[in-house]
Design a protein around this ligand. Structure first.
Ligand SMILES: Nc1nc2c(ncn2[C@@H]2O[C@H](COP(=O)(O)OP(=O)(O)OP(=O)(O)O)[C@@H](O)[C@H]2O)c(=O)[nH]1
Ligand SMILES: Nc1nc2c(ncn2[C@@H]2O[C@H](COP(=O)(O)OP(=O)(O)OP(=O)(O)O)[C@@H](O)[C@H]2O)c(=O)[nH]1
Ligand SMILES: [Mg+2]
Ligand SMILES: [Mg+2]
Lengths: 293, 278
């Protein structure tokens, strides 16, 4: 792991009082490799290692730490602070219902996460959530959400055949308001950030219902492309948060760092499995550890 | 050796950026960069055009053995098993393969082997209807092994040419789920001659280096015969196949380039490389 690799780099530094620039460059090359292997975006890695170098240069080797520990400490601190705070909650609108819009690429876990979020908000925040099926394209997408809703005893609002997603969403919000659902979670179709028509569609949904939360659902195994798509979704919709899914796999999850760095939006939850209960709060320190490997 | 030619630092940065941002991965990128540095220092590569051409050539060599046509059983039913982690595009790929083989005049049937996920069977039933092929399905929560058994016998009875088996998405790190898949494979191999004739691992082009772990773990429990890389219609380049091809010697048979049944293409390494540098 990174500590071992840095240990090798620094094994020749015994007795030195300061880390020289050359020592640091060598150590940072190991950090760069670790982050790239973890799928952190290339440009993000470049910016990150530059920042770490600034801190490490001239840093006195503390009596209590070896040079390896010193660099790892700086890297961990920078990573953790970049990844953000933990337990950033879902916004609650003073004027009910709170509207949450789910967005993301195909297959990232939006439908499953919508159901998980409904369960979480009911159990943890005593909310009365309603799910809205706005994926009118994928075969049996509406049915999928309905089955999940049924399993959790959560109301699922579906539209009429041929109805535009933005209209379904608007009617759903109206229904929720009248039936005292305090939270509306809108599941949407997976879409490419380069698909103008589909991006226009989700923008239309957002403009119509004015969501209090726009959550980007991202697969933890996403590679370098994370920056492209997150930037597009953020610029179009002004994201309010990220949900990282499939963290029960063994992907290092560097996409989390990339997306955090380019959008600045908080990771609100992580998906840890296929069951509705498997939604957990985000822990930046644990994520930092995982990314470094 | 003073004065031996060196690669221009800025060109090196550009090359690294191009390769890394395509998800080509540290080991492969370093290998290519060292290869280019070496060839520059011994004078073989002189201009930046030479260097870029050598880079493309090197990548091309890596994909040389990496494309192959789908295998069909000349003597009877061809059974295909489609596997992969959650959400990569298995079910949609099954529908696309059905359309592909149907357009080649084959009698195709589908097996709804995902008996677990909400509305997975419904999803495949709708696809079967759209493509115009029969789907063998059971009830949600049923044993996938039993479903595969029934599907193979139904396909044999109906003299189908190709049976495509959709399976539930599963994380390669979940031992119990991988064991279940191994059991499904065993049943298929017992019930039909030479089955499965193809075991296709579906990989999402958006995936980073974890694709290597996926390919390694799936190939550890199943004798994979091919890969399908989906969602190449996005901005992800799918460069992970270089690292995957290095670790698991399985060719890419198809690529997915959209959500419609016709959005499947046989993998052509030359086209893939051109798209990488587009
Ligand atoms: N292991 C695991 N699987 C997950 C997780 N979240 C979702 N999944 C699975 O990932 C697959 C895709 O999930 P969906 O919810 O259908 O994804 P989606 O984003 O709605 O897909 P589209 O609507 O087609 O874009 C399903 O098999 C889910 O069960 C998770 O945290 N861990
Ligand atoms: N853009 C694009 N989307 C694709 C492609 N292949 C599949 N999809 C989409 O990806 C999403 C997931 O596809 P599925 O076929 O349900 O994936 P899966 O692997 O069967 O998912 P699970 O069974 O839940 O594990 C759907 O929205 C598909 O339309 C592709 O080549 N391009
Ligand atoms: Mg969905
Ligand atoms: Mg499926």
């Amino acid at each position: 792991n990174l500590s071992d690799k840095l240990g090798q780099v620094f094994s020749k530094l015994r007795g030195k009082g300061k880390l020289t620039e050359k020592d640091i460059d060598e150590a940072l090359n190991e950090v760069k490799i670790a982050l790239l292997e973890a799928d952190v975006n290339f440009k993000v890695v470049r910016r990150f290692t530059k920042k770490v170098k600034e801190r490490a240069l001239g840093a006195e080797i503390l009596k209590s730490l070896t040079p390896t520990q010193q660099v790892v400490k700086i890297v961990m601190e920078e990573l953790t602070s970049l990844l953000g705070e933990k337990r950033v909650k879902i916004t609650v609108s003073p004027k009910k219902p709170t509207i949450i819009l789910m967005a993301g690429l195909q297959g990232s876990g939006k439908t499953t996460t919508s159901a998980k979020l409904a369960l979480n908000l009911r159990k943890e925040e005593q909310k009365n959530p309603m799910l809205v099926a706005c994926d009118v394209y994928r075969p049996a997408a509406v049915k999928q959400l309905q089955v999940l809703g049924e399993q959790l005893s959560v109301k699922v609002f579906a539209g009429e055949k041929g109805e535009r997603p933005a209209d379904i969403a608007a009617r759903a919000v109206e229904f929720a308001r009248n039936e005292n659902f305090d939270t509306v979670i809108i599941d949407t179709a997976g879409r490419l950030h380069i698909d103008e028509q589909m991006m226009g569609e989700i923008k239309e949904i957002a403009d119509k219902v004015k969501p209090h939360e726009v959550l980007l659902v991202v697969d933890a195994m996403t590679g370098q492309d994370a920056v492209n798509m997150a930037t597009e979704f953020n610029e179009l919709l002004s994201l309010t948060g990220i949900i990282l899914t499939k963290l029960d796999g063994d992907a290092r999850g560097g996409a989390a760092l990339s997306i955090r760095e380019v959008t600045g939006k908080p990771v609100k939850f992580v998906g840890m499995g296929e069951k509705a209960s498997q939604l957990e709060p985000f822990h930046p320190d644990r994520m930092a550890q995982r990314i470094l490997g | 050796l003073l004065g031996s030619p060196k690669i221009d630092e800025e060109l090196l940065e550009d090359i690294e950026e191009t390769l890394y941002s395509a998800d080509i991965g540290v080991q492969t990128v370093q290998e290519i960069v060292n290869h280019l540095k070496e060839k520059t220092e011994n004078g073989e590569l002189k201009t930046s055009q030479d260097i870029v051409a050598a880079m493309k050539e090197r990548l091309g060599e890596m994909l040389d053995e990496f494309e192959a046509a789908p295998v069909l059983n000349p003597n009877g039913l061809s059974v295909y098993l489609i596997v992969g982690i959650n959400g990569v595009g298995k079910t949609t790929t099954v529908a696309k393969l059905a359309s592909y083989f149907k357009s080649e005049g084959k009698k195709v049937m589908l097996a709804a082997g995902d008996t677990f996920r909400a509305a997975a069977i419904d999803q495949l039933l709708i696809w079967g209807e759209r493509v115009g092929v029969e789907v063998i399905s059971g009830s949600e929560g049923g044993d996938p092994g039993a479903l595969v058994f029934d599907a193979i016998h139904a396909a044999q009875k109906r003299n189908a040419d190709v049976l495509l088996i959709d399976t539930a998405g599963r994380m390669h790190v979940k031992a119990n789920l991988m064991a279940e898949l191994k059991k499904v494979h065993k049943i298929a191999s017992k019930e039909a001659e030479g089955a499965p004739h193809e075991i296709l691992l579906v990989l999402d082009a958006v995936t980073g280096q974890n694709a290597v772990q996926q390919a390694e773990q799936f190939s550890e429990i199943l004798p994979l015969t091919g890969l399908v890389v989906t969602k190449l219609d996005g901005t992800a380049k799918g460069g992970i196949i270089f690292a995957v091809s290095g670790k698991v010697e399985v060719p890419v048979k198809f690529i997915g380039v959209g959500e419609k049944m016709e959005d499947l293409r046989p993998f052509k390494s030359k086209e893939f490389l051109e798209a990488l540098f587009a």
